[in-house]
Design a binder for this molecule. Sequence first.
Ligand SMILES: Nc1ncnc2c1ncn2[C@@H]1O[C@H](COP(=O)(O)OP(=O)(O)OP(=O)(O)O)[C@@H](O)[C@H]1O
Length: 260
Amino acid sequence: MAQENILLTVAGVRATYNHAITALDGVSFSLARGEILALLGANGAGKTTALKAVSNLLPAERGQIVSGSIRFDELDVTRISPANLVRAGLVQVLEGRHCFRSLTVEENLVSGGLGRSSSRAEIAEDLEKIYTYFPRLKEKRRALSGLTSGGEQQMTAIARALMSRPRLLVLDEPSMGLAPIIVQNIFRTLRRLNREEGLSILVAEQNSAVALNYADRATILENGVAVLSGKARELRERDDIKSFYLGKKAAAPINPALAS
Ligand SMILES: Nc1ncnc2c1ncn2[C@@H]1O[C@H](COP(=O)(O)OP(=O)(O)OP(=O)(O)O)[C@@H](O)[C@H]1O
């Protein structure tokens, strides 16, 4: 991958919580401009920690990056507040479909654009564009978010993040708790945003099957270690991935030393 084409570089990151629990142990991966990269792994593998490291959200959870580096374009993310990272074009949708439940869908979306000094006209223009990707949200725009379905709340959380006009969208388990058809719908929309708007996407998923269908490349984490990276279509065909991550045969992790 040509150096100038790289948008995000995570290099040898070791991260701990409370200076005690090691959640990431020398993790490296990179994401090219215009790419969808999936971070895969079981419960507790370190996916959320990796995403929070990228968005500089670890300090808020008593988490520390002990060594290694993370660069978004030319920026050292550890030196920039999460709010300024959003202004720089890196926005994260946290796990669990966070919406303002007592605001309408449209008010939620508008709140995502407020960090930018944008005019009403610009906000209206962005809303219309986002509604072309999420027509369901247009139908529901006057509904209170707390009264919409889980899938609609996840769409609202993603659409709100898009209102900040990111270059890199970071998503933590967008499939969690949603019916397969809704998950497909969300991933198809993410793919369209990637293809049509050039949006780069870093997505952590336990649902490896769907993530490997829509991502360009993937990195697999096991117990805080990145054990494998490669093109999604090649990973989908590997027997060890099929068995442990796609549930097609008897299970064993990629790195047998990590089996316990
Ligand atoms: N705030 C925290 N304080 C202490 N330890 C934490 C904290 N958050 C995560 N951990 C620990 O760090 C390790 C990695 O957790 P992380 O949440 O990053 O994994 P994950 O792959 O995202 O899992 P999940 O799919 O369950 O979210 C686990 O051992 C977890 O218990």
